[in-house]
Structures are given as structure tokens and as C-alpha cells.
Design a protein around this ligand. Structure first.
Ligand code: ADP
Ligand code: ZN
Ligand code: ZN
Length: 742
């Protein structure tokens, strides 16, 4: 050990730096690997930090340098690649490294839980063997499944990580088996290396899958040729074109090479159907990681990945930080989905972009799948950074759906549905088709209006109107969550009030009245509050029992609608005139995603888009050129206006409880900025919706056509922003590569 060798430690605190410590007494700094947790004194407290690097010299005088108290890990929690990714993220998103690391780790690990549990293993008792042989527990399928797994494991039994990887939600059922006396627990204080997944194991459980189409074969071959090396692929194909089948084949290849696969999906895309499809295909252990897990489950899942026991990890956004020592492939399904971007709090990262950085660091290929790729990704294809693989609509299927615009200026509507739409719904139902009615708004109606004085029910905390929720007899704000009872009368003049406009709830009511014979289900966040609700609704659609489906964005995600032949987009105008330059892209993606659900079986599909602006060039390019044509038109527009992907943005958002605090802060920090040539500041300006949840909001945009220049400027400017006197009166956050500008 060099005299004075130091530990540079990341601590979960809003400070953009590492903290220097001497190693604990009697421990050599060299003996502690970066990526390990250490317990350190911090002020008067003891905190758990992560060793990021070792150093020789400190700016802290030797007399004031403190010693770490203890090293928590015998081997590093995070390997070099993952630690490198987190350091990269801290630099790129200009966010304190300690907080980035905290965001990446399960809470229990941050609190000091052991990397490997002093392992408890469970194994069968003679009673259990008898029960398994007698096929007992038929009514408790998970217990039964556990028993079978434990029977197969023999005398060595199974540990938590292994159980986690093959049986979801196993802890409760396992306790049941212990109570029955069918199994017994053994304590063992060493870890068992992951046994499953070595090359040569039986990996594929269910071999009854279809031969690939030539295009699928081509896609699989292209990515397979890149195994062991970095490369980014854009897999483009509409829903039902066989993208998931390509992922499954690729994962099979990864497993056969003894490596792990990471599959990232949107919040709403992580359905039991999708997970079941992977579990059904592979015998190899699979783990799911998402925001709905308890701390305990999250820890189990994380450990299973870290120990190499889980061979496939399917997760939402934050799973991009999962420790996977044998990573061989990353897949991102629906790469255009906004939920891959963390849009809350301080650390606003893009899981898609970080996944690409991770793939590069780990030297593995990454596949981005979508029917409607982001313009960023399409531009990356054009510039040669990504390689495009296309899956055409399968030949066994009908032709692409016929898309028709319905001019709402000339047609009268009944509760938001035009005569043509109603006629088409009637016709498709009569022919045995299923009908999907899409509207981007939940609740009964977007406004409650007084019929005498014109008063409109406002949110008291936001510059927004309250949404009528008829079934709950409430007015709700979709921005701050405020709720009040639905008033009978105008609060201004006492006259009668009425709901105006359409939401899913009202469409449900209208359609039920007009088509009483057709069973209807509604799919939105109010109707589907729990995962169980979603499964029930989807089962009714998939079985064909439900004939009409009314829903929001939720309907666009990978569900199966066997007889769906008609899609009605109730309001095709939302987004056409937004001030946000990405609104049009999102509208087109939604229309194509929703419309793509039509005609999935052998029947031809029809898509009706109701609009008051049938001549709008955006709808025109979409209708004539499809998503591809639209995207080319949009990219040309973005290039001309110098918007992303032809420029790079960072948005400084601020909010305060006093009306002017945010703007005053942004003015102050703008004056502190000395942007070099090529970097422009725009604003500050009030947010499109100024008041939200009682806070007044404003923003300042930083723009450059060179990423490097933008980040160098942010590096010098942010310390001044932090130190600005007015910063104490506001909350602020920097959003690098913002998805939303209002
Ligand atoms: P996507 O992920 O693009 O929506 P999927 O992979 O889910 O597409 O495929 C849609 C349906 O077509 C699934 O039921 C799948 O089993 C089936 N499928 C996929 N590839 C093939 C193929 N090569 N031959 C026959 N059926 C296929
Ligand atoms: Zn009134
Ligand atoms: Zn509100």
C-alpha cells in the first residue's frame, strides 16, 4: 500500500463530488475494489457510500481526513462496466454521482443489506417427496410448482436467488410448504454459484414455435453475427409482425452461449402475457424487475441478476441499472415509448440512451424494436450509427388497414361520435368484428360548464380544468390529483351545470346505449387500477367475448385482439397544434400504434380518424406515406428548424410557491451564464401551464448543435446555478435531452 492511499467515495447527497477517506484502520486501500460499499463518517452521521475510485492525494488537509469505518462487501457490488455506466450517467445528466448510484441500487442494498444473503436453502422432506409423487396440492399451483422445482433440485435444495429466477412470488407459497412439513430450511453461509444456464444446458422448454419468416431469419442472423461486439439495431415492424419472436430467438442464442439477456419494456408493456411468453419458451431462470415490487422482491431480483442465477431479466426503465455480470444482449421493446425517460425528480435519464451506452461498454449488441421508431433513432439509421432490420406485415395477414379521415366540420356527432363512425361500428359488429374506440382522455368529460353563466370548474392548485368523473361522482385534476365532489349547481350563480366533451367513461356509456347487444370493456387507468384488473379485461378481449373496447393509450401496447377489424380515433387533432415540437411525433405514433391493431387476423381492417382539420399536412403525410412518409416529412421540418435530432437541448426547469420566484431565479442564472459560440440560451419563459400543484413554473432552454459544446457549457454553468442566491427559493432540475418542452 502506498502511504496515504485514499478512497474516493460516492455518498447519497446532493453534492457533485466524491468524498475522500482513508481506508479503515488496518485495511489497505488496494484491498478494497471500486464498486464496494463502505461505511463512512459524514458530519455527525454514519453513512453507507460506494467506493468509486482510489486516489493518492486529497484536497482535504491530511489532519482533517477521516477514516472509513468498515468495508461492507468482500467483492464489489457493481462491476467496472456498471460503475462506468453510472459515472457516465452522472456526467451526462449533470447529476451528483452519489444520487445516481442511489437511484440505481435497491433500497435494501443502500441500507446495507448483504450482497449475498447468508444463504438459506430449502429442500424436500420425505413427506414432501410423497406429496410430490401423489400429485398433491393441485389447488395450489404455485406451491405445486415449487415442490416440483425442489424435487428436481435434489438434496442440495434451492436458494432464494434460484427460486426467484424460476417461480414468481414464491415467498408466501414457500411458507405454506414449510407449514405442511413438505420442505425444510437449511442455513448455509456460502453462496452457490449459478448452476443454470451453462452452455449445453437444456434451455428451450417449449419447442413448439413456428419457423421464422425470411425477414425474421435475416434479423436474427444480423444480430447474432454481432454477439460479443457492440452494435445497435433498429428492428422495425408493426405490432404482430413478429418482433417478439425475434427477441425470443436472440435470447435463445444468448442463453446457449451462457450469457444473460436484458429486456427493457415500457411501464405499460410489462404484461403477464409478455412475461409468460418468455417463461413458456425458456427453461432458464427468468426474473422481472419493475416499480411495483416490494423492497424485498426488488432485492431478490437484483441479487438473482448479480449472482448470475437469473439468465433473462425483463424490466422497466430502472432495470437498465441491474447488475448482470454475464450480459450478452440488450433488447428494448417499443423504444419510442416516453416511459423510458425518467421525467420526474432530479435524475432525468433516458433508459434507452443509457442502455446503448451500457451495450457499448459491455461490448454486446442492442436491439431497439418499434412499429413507430423515434425520429432520433430513424436519424441514427440515416447517419449509419444504427442498422435497420425491417419486418413487413406478415403475408398470412390481411392487407394494411384502410385509413379514412372523417371531417368533423361537416358531420354531426352524437356524444363525440360521427354518423360515419357509428355506421361503421354497426357494420363491423354485424360482421362479427371487434371494435376499438380510442380517445386520449380518461374520465367522463374534460369540463364541467354552467349553462347560464359559462363558469367552468377550475382546479384550485393548477391552471387547468377539472375532469368530470361521473361514476365516482367527483371532479378530479389530472395534473395534481386534487378531488372534489361533483357539484350539482354552478358555484358562481347556482344554475345547472353540465359535462362538456368526451372521455372514455362517457364513450362507454354512449356505446353501451347504442349497441346494447355488444359486450363492452373499458381500458384506462381508472378502470384498471391493479394488475389483476388488466388481466381480467384482457382476457375478455382476447377470448373474443368483449366486442367493443374503449380505451386510452393503454390499448396500444402488445395485447392480442383476435377479431379486431375497426379502430375509431375519436379525437385525431390532439397534438396537431401543440407548442411542443414533439407533439406531432407522438400523435402520429399513437395513430399508427392504435390503427395497427386493426386487421390482425385474416380480416381486413379499417381505421377511422375523426378530425376537424382533414387538410392538415401532418395527417396528409401520415395517410399517404404511412409512418415512414410522416417521419421523413417531420425530419425535414426538424432539420430546417434546427430541433433535435439536429440539435441538442437541455432544459432548466424551476418552480416556486411565490408567483415570480422561478422566473427570477432563471433570470439570475441566465445572467451568470457565459455561453460560448454555438451554445444558445432561450428564455426564461413561463411554462405552458404555469401553476401546477400550487407551484409556479418556468423554464430556460439551452441549445447547441454540438453535444460536446453543450455539455462543457453545462459543466461550468451548473455550479453557478447551484450557488445562485435565488436558488434557495425554488426547486430546480436540469433535464438533458428533454422529451417535453412545456
Ligand atoms: P410483435 O412483437 O411484433 O407484436 P409477435 O412476435 O408477438 O409480434 O408475433 C405476433 C404473432 O405472430 C404471435 O402470435 C407469434 O406467435 C406469431 N408469429 C411470430 N412469428 C411467426 C412466424 N415466423 N410464423 C408464424 N407465426 C409467427
Ligand atoms: Zn353559473
Ligand atoms: Zn390540479
Amino acid at each position: 500500500m502506498t502511504e496515504g492511499a485514499l478512497l474516493r467515495v460516492a455518498i447519497d447527497a446532493p453534492l457533485r463530488r466524491l468524498f475522500d477517506y482513508r481506508p479503515p484502520p488496518g485495511v489497505s486501500a488496494d484491498a478494497i475494489a471500486p464498486g464496494s460499499r463502505v461505511r463512512v463518517p459524514f458530519g455527525a452521521r454514519q453513512l453507507i457510500g460506494l467506493l468509486v475510485e482510489r486516489g493518492e492525494e486529497s484536497s482535504v488537509p491530511a489532519s482533517r481526513l477521516r477514516s472509513a469505518n468498515a468495508v461492507l462487501d468482500a467483492e464489489p457490488l457493481l462491476d467496472e462496466t456498471l460503475l462506468g455506466l453510472l459515472r457516465w450517467a452522472a456526467a451526462y445528466y449533470h447529476y451528483p454521482i452519489g444520487e445516481v448510484i442511489a437511484a440505481a441500487l435497491p433500497k435494501s442494498l443502500r441500507a446495507g443489506a448483504a450482497l449475498h444473503e447468508p444463504e438459506t436453502r430449502w429442500r424436500m422432506t420425505p413427506e414432501g417427496v410423497a406429496a410430490a409423487a401423489a400429485a398433491a396440492l393441485r389447488r395450489a399451483p404455485v406451491q405445486r410448482q415449487l415442490l416440483e422445482r425442489l424435487a428436481a433440485a435434489g438434496a442440495g435444495g434451492l436458494g432464494a436467488a434460484e427460486l426467484e429466477a424460476c417461480v414468481p412470488s414464491w415467498r408466501g407459497p414457500l411458507r405454506g410448504l414449510l407449514r405442511h412439513g413438505f420442505i425444510t430450511a437449511l442455513e448455509r453461509h456460502t453462496t452457490v454459484p449459478g448452476s443454470a444456464g451453462d452452455a449445453g444446458d437444456v434451455l428451450v422448454r417449449n419447442a413448439a414455435f413456428p419457423p421464422m419468416t425470411p425477414e425474421q431469419e435475416q434479423a436474427v442472423a444480423a444480430v447474432t453475427a454481432q454477439f460479443g461486439r457492440f452494435g445497435t439495431f433498429l428492428l422495425q415492424g408493426i405490432t404482430g409482425s413478429g418482433k417478439t419472436e425475434v427477441y425470443l430467438r436472440l435470447v435463445e442464442g444468448v442463453l446457449a452461449r451462457g450469457r444473460q439477456a436484458l429486456v427493457l419494456v415500457p411501464e405499460i408493456g410489462l404484461t403477464p402475457q409478455l412475461v409468460a411468453r418468455f417463461r413458456d419458451r425458456f427453461a432458464a431462470p427468468l426474473t422481472v424487475l419493475h416499480s411495483g415490487l416490494s423492497d424485498r422482491e426488488r432485492l431478490d431480483a437484483w441479487r438473482a441478476g448479480r449472482a448470475g442465477v437469473a439468465r433473462v431479466l425483463i424490466g422497466t426503465r430502472s432495470a437498465v441499472f441491474a447488475a448482470l455480470p454475464a450480459l450478452g444482449l440488450i433488447v428494448i421493446d417499443e423504444e419510442h415509448d416516453a416511459s423510458f425517460k425518467q421525467q420526474e425528480g432530479g435524475f432525468r435519464y433516458s433508459a434507452r440512451d443509457l442502455a446503448i451506452v451500457r451495450a457499448q461498454a459491455a461490448a454486446v449488441p442492442i436491439v431497439l424494436g418499434s412499429a413507430t421508431p423515434s425520429l432520433e433513432s430513424l436519424q441514427n439509421v440515416a447517419s449509419g450509427r444504427f442498422m435497420r432490420l425491417s419486418l413487413p406485415r406478415r403475408t398470412a395477414q390481411a392487407q394494411p388497414p384502410r385509413v379514412v379521415l372523417i371531417d368533423l366540420r361537416t358531420e354531426t356527432t352524437r356524444h363525440g361520435l360521427s354518423g360515419s363512425a357509428l355506421e361503421a361500428i354497426d357494420r363491423h359488429l354485424a360482421q362479427g368484428g371487434q371494435v376499438l374506440v380510442f380517445i386520449n382522455r380518461r374520465g367522463y368529460a374534460p369540463t364541467l360548464v354552467c349553462t347560464a353563466c359559462g363558469w367552468i370548474a377550475p382546479c384550485m392548485h393548477c391552471d387547468a380544468r377539472l375532469i368530470v368523473h361521473q361514476a365516482a361522482r367527483q371532479l378530479r385534476c389530472h395534473h395534481c390529483g386534487a378531488e372534489t365532489p361533483l357539484p350539482e349547481h354552478c358555484t358562481q350563480c347556482g344554475y345547472t351545470v353540465k359535462p362538456v366533451g368526451q372521455g372514455t367513461e362517457r364513450l362507454e356509456e354512449t356505446l353501451q346505449r347504442l349497441f346494447p347487444a355488444a359486450p363492452l370493456v373499458r381500458l384506462d387507468r381508472d378502470a384498471v387500477r391493479r394488475q389483476g384488473d388488466l388481466e381480467t379485461v384482457m382476457a375478455r378481449v382476447a377470448s373474443g367475448e368483449a366486442r367493443i373496447l374503449v380505451g386510452t393509450q393503454m390499448v396500444t401496447k402488445g395485447h392480442h385482439f383476435p377479431d379486431l377489424t375497426l379502430v375509431v380515433v375519436v379525437n385525431g387533432d390532439q397534438g396537431l397544434f401543440s407548442t411542443d415540437f414533439r407533439a406531432a411525433e407522438r400523435l402520429a405514433q399513437t395513430i399508427v400504434q392504435v390503427g395497427g391493431r386493426a386487421g390482425r387476423g385474416t380480416r381486413a381492417g379499417e381505421v377511422l380518424i375523426q378530425t376537424e382539420y382533414p387538410e392538415h399536412p401532418l395527417l396528409g403525410s401520415l395517410l399517404q406515406g404511412g409512418y415512414e412518409g410522416f417521419a421523413q416529412a417531420m425530419l425535414a421540418e426538424r432539420a430546417a428548424a434546427q430541433w433535435p435530432p439536429f440539435s441538442h437541448l437541455a432544459l432548466l426547469r424551476a418552480s416556486g410557491t411565490a408567483p415570480d420566484a422561478a422566473l427570477a431565479f432563471l433570470h439570475e442564472v441566465r445572467h451568470l451564464a457565459h455561453p460560448p459560440p454555438g451554445v444558445k440560451l432561450r428564455g426564461p419563459a413561463p411554462a405552458a401551464m404555469v401553476r401546477r400543484a400550487g407551484r409556479f413554473r418556468a423554464q430556460l432552454l439551452v441549445e447547441s448543435d454540438q453535444r460536446g459544446a453543450l455539455h462543457r457549457f453545462l459543466d461550468t454553468w451548473l455550479p453557478k446555478v447551484e450557488a445562485a442566491p435565488s436558488a434557495r427559493r425554488v426547486r430546480w432540475a436540469l433535464d438533458v435531452d428533454p422529451l417535453e418542452l412545456c
